[in-house]
Design a protein around this ligand. Sequence first.
Ligand code: ADP
Length: 467
Amino acid sequence: MTERRLASDLVARFSRLTWITLSAYAVVVIGAFAVLGEVSLGRSMGQTATVIESLLGLYAGPGGERTTVASDSLAEHLVGMGARFIITRTAPTAEGGRSVYFLSPTMPAKRIEALGPDATPEDVNAEIVRAVAERGRWRYRILRRPVGEFDIFIAGSRQPHMVALAAIAGVVLLLLPLAALAARRATRTSVGTALAPVERVSSETQSIGPDDLSRRVAEPTGVIEVTQIAAAINRLIARVETAHRALEAFTADASHELRTPLTYLRAQAQWALDERRSPEEMREALAAIGSEVERTSKLVDDLLLLARSDNRAIEVGRDPFDLSVIACDAREIAEAMATGRDVAVLNEVREPVNALGDSHYTRQVVLNIVINAVRHTARGSVTISLRRDDERVGVAVRDTGEGIPPWDLDHIFDRFYRVEKSRSRAHGGVGLGLAIARMLTELQGGGIEVESTVGEGSTFTVWLPTA
Ligand code: ADP
């Protein structure tokens, strides 16, 4: 597809439109003038015919019959009116035939005389039309009006209004290109003015590089539609900025979380390599190294899982499964974790509840939340129960632990966010557990809700679509 500049495209379209409109207008004006000329010619011929008709009436014989040839004075009168006309009279002949007399002196009498005395008014009409055609069909118009035994023929000349029409057409043809040119110039100017905000938004957007994502395109632009585009671009830049910052923070956090175990491992290895270490001490150091390596590989697994979800490379099943089975498994693990502590793990799950999603990932999510609950509960209980509403089913994990301050509640699902960094790290967490839990739940079309009161405990509910 060929790319064109909007401005030139618009100018071309408007110019074409102007040409068509102006030409159509010219055609309409010329046409209207021609029609008006025809109408007024017809009307004036009609009036002439009426005058001739009334004058004919004056020349009736003494008995009221119009039998005589028109007198010279009638002819003079009519010629004085400037009319081109013929009056014929059809009279019965002595032999029982009919003969036509030509009463008027001003028309091409020679030819009419050539018709002979037996000609009918129709012959006269045909002859006049032929004579007029010889002189130019378009230049004259013929009117025939029968008045008793007389026939009045009038030839009206189109010459005067043809001249005016030609003058108008000439002027129009001369002015049309000038008007179209002027319209093109005006269009170019106004299109340029109209598109200026678009150009401005475009150049401002282009000037925003990856380093100045905090900059925005100026709003309002003066044109509602362009302002809407500018606002949309600004929203897009804001999203890109947020994502960019999140990525930067994520990279910084991830590097930090990976560097810490590496420093620890190097220190342990150096300590163990010291010649003074006993075999017992070396075994202890190796065991510590082993568990740190395990933690780090779990961290790397978590990071890979998040990266795959960011790249939409995780496949999530959508099959029915029983949530109560997962709840029971989670309870067993929680009980094992709580052994020897003053924490009771209670199971309120009574009957099977079918969810739609991925049982493997849901198990991971619920375990994560149950393990958090046991970790953050010094004494009291952790209760697992099932929920159900119109379209969803859920697993709720309620604990009587330390609770989460309200200002942290909005962030606990953020990557690497920990309420108390030092304590959480002592538990072995780096703040990815809930981020992964939320990501896996949302991939299944569900969500996680949390309610918490500091000192009283928290309730996490994992919701999934019902099967
Ligand atoms: P971590 O892996 O470090 O535990 P999570 O993402 O699982 O990170 O949790 C984020 C933060 O939320 C933790 O630092 C912890 O302080 C807080 N948290 C999670 N679950 C609970 C809970 N049941 N009670 C109190 N705080 C909790």
